[in-house]
Design a protein around this ligand. Structure first.
Ligand code: FES
Length: 115
């Protein structure tokens, strides 16, 4: 049986290119930190961990987008990531990827799915 989806937040909490919502999920060695953002109308979620070093991305809690609201940006060394697939397009981890978390929206709410 598939695990129950877990509520992250209301869909209205995610503005396009705006602040993300941080959440945690169980990992093999304890809780993992993750975040969800909205880009071009679609919610995308990743582990909150740079592809370069294991540090969180947001430069202030929930701030994941760059100034142009085009890319996700790592606060530590400025790597830029595509919001749709987590591909690093510039910075020290160029060609690397953020780890995706499966999310979906239903009835005005955002949920994550356990893998
Ligand atoms: S830790 Fe993210 S670019 Fe260096």
């Amino acid at each position: 049986m598939a695990p129950d989806p877990r509520l992250i937040c209301a869909s209205s909490a995610l503005e396009d290119g705006g602040e993300g919502v941080r959440f945690s999920l169980p990992g093999p060695e304890g809780e993992l930190q993750a975040f969800v953002v909205r880009h071009k109308g679609v919610a995308h979620a990743y582990l909150n961990r740079c592809a370069h070093r294991p540090v969180e991305l947001d430069w202030l809690p929930g701030r994941f987008f760059d100034a142009d609201q085009r890319y996700l940006i790592c606060a530590t060394h400025g790597a830029l990531f595509e919001p749709v697939d987590g591909l690093c397009v510039a910075g020290p981890c160029h060609g690397g990827r953020l780890v995706p978390v499966s999310v979906f929206e239903q009835d005005g709410q955002v949920f994550w799915h356990a893998p």
